[in-house]
Design a protein around this ligand. Structure first.
Ligand SMILES: Cc1ncc(COP(=O)(O)O)c(C=O)c1O
Length: 395
């Protein structure tokens, strides 16, 4: 047989080739270039909170690092004492019990679990319903597992929720998973119990596993509170809900999250986790217990800080003639572009001419075209300055 020579492109799987470029990787490159060119950059591109962890968390991190036993191989599924602390927090916060042994699994950040969930449930040709726009990992995970992404448009007129009546008319016979994310990135929408009840009914009718991403569970504004899918009777039989320490506690770099939900679904996910990963550094898990025990006041302060930034940015953009809604939760402002620019062009213009980094909406899905996402990850003055710099541009 004739060999055609070693070609790396030929070796790369079609699953990987099928992935579109990762918007945040592109953004990081563009930001780096802008900084290198000497620009005074305001980086509102990623979901990387600037608020540091509470001093008590850092204190615990240092203390636990001194305990030599903590440096040994971690427990695969997570420290029992952290899982117990999560169960107590969950009960107090949502009034719903979860069993620490069988219904909680510790993750290396929620992104990791959200990607592996597709490896657990998706065979070649299976489908997963994915919101559009959305945090990219849901669709990328499905594609990497060899599955098909079934888009669920999130539209403003539908409160940024999927329209289940429309979806019901599609062929969903191959669909296995339903991804959701509330508080929502990028739109800032919240869910309520009525909507989650609809989700559970739709999932039951179509025999779907619900994967609800609650990375922003505690960051809500104007007195609103997020609800858990597990507060809906019957949800637990088919739900995995992904939580994160990254945003609420400013612990993004730690890579620490957890999933709660149905014991059998969770056990299936655990079977992938134990093969691919080897647990999470115990120092991080022990310090995370301190995060969960912080007084409500500490979290309230975080929400107030993001809300103040939101108010400056939204009021400022609306003052320039944009039509921007106040997000109800999360750390983003989802802004419709009021000029004749597509989202990539507009994002590039803002970097090049104003030194402001935003995420082009199309990077989060085709429904995101025509939008920019501003992250609230810089102080109030930077939000003001962002508005001033946009005001100074001519369109
Ligand atoms: C909606 C959403 N889910 C999950 C994540 C990832 O969180 P983690 O740091 O826990 O992996 C992010 C991060 O930006 C996010 O925006």
């Amino acid at each position: 047989m004739m060999r055609k020579g070693f070609n790396i492109e030929d070796k790369i799987s079609s699953r990987l080739k099928n992935l579109e470029e990762y918007v945040f990787f592109d953004l990081a490159k563009a930001t780096k270039n802008a900084v290198l060119s000497g620009k005074d950059v305001i980086d509102l591109g990623g979901g990387n909170p600037d608020l540091p962890p509470h001093p008590k968390i850092i204190e615990a991190l240092k203390k636990e690092a001194e305990v030599l036993e903590n440096h040994r191989h971690p427990v695969y599924e997570g420290l029992p004492e952290l899982k117990k602390a999560i169960a107590s927090w969950f009960e107090k916060r949502f009034g719903t019990g979860v069993d620490p042994d069988s219904e909680i699994l510790i993750l290396i950040g929620s992104k990791e679990g959200l990607s592996h969930v597709s490896l657990v449930f998706i065979d070649k040709g299976d489908g997963a319903l994915v919101p559009d726009p959305a945090y990219p990992i849901y669709s990328r995970g499905v594609i990497l597992a060899g599955g098909n992404v079934l888009d669920m448009p999130l539209l403003r007129e539908n409160l940024w929720r999927p329209d289940f009546n429309k979806l019901q008319k599609k062929d969903l016979s191959k669909a296995k998973l339903l991804f959701l994310n509330y508080p929502n990135n990028p739109t800032g929408a919240l869910a309520d119990k009525e909507f989650f009840k609809e989700v559970v009914d739709f999932a039951k009718e179509n025999e779907l596993v619900i994967c609800q991403d609650m990375a922003y569970s505690e960051i809500t504004f104007d007195g609103n509170k997020s609800v858990s899918m597990l507060q809906i009777p019957e949800a637990k039989e088919r739900t995995l809900e992904f939580h994160s320490f990254s945003k609420t506690y400013g612990m993004t770099g730690w890579r620490l999250g957890f999933v709660v939900g149905n014991g059998a679904l969770l056990n299936a996910l655990k079977n992938v986790e134990v093969v691919v990963n080897s647990g999470v550094f115990h120092v991080l898990q022990k310090a995370a217990m301190v995060a969960l025990s912080l007084p409500d006041e500490a979290i309230k302060k975080v929400c107030e800080t993001y809300q103040e930034r939101r108010d400056v940015l939204v009021t400022g953009l609306n003052g320039l003639g944009w039509e921007v809604e106040n997000p109800k939760g999360g750390i983003f402002v989802w802004a419709k572009i009021p000029y004749e620019y597509d989202s990539k062009k507009m994002a590039k213009l803002l970097i090049d001419k104003a030194g402001v980094v935003t995420t082009p909406g199309v990077g989060l899905g085709s429904q995101g075209e025509g939008y920019l996402r501003f992250s609230l990850i810089a102080d109030k003055e930077s939000m003001k300055e962002t508005v001033e710099r946009i005001k100074a541009l001519s369109f």
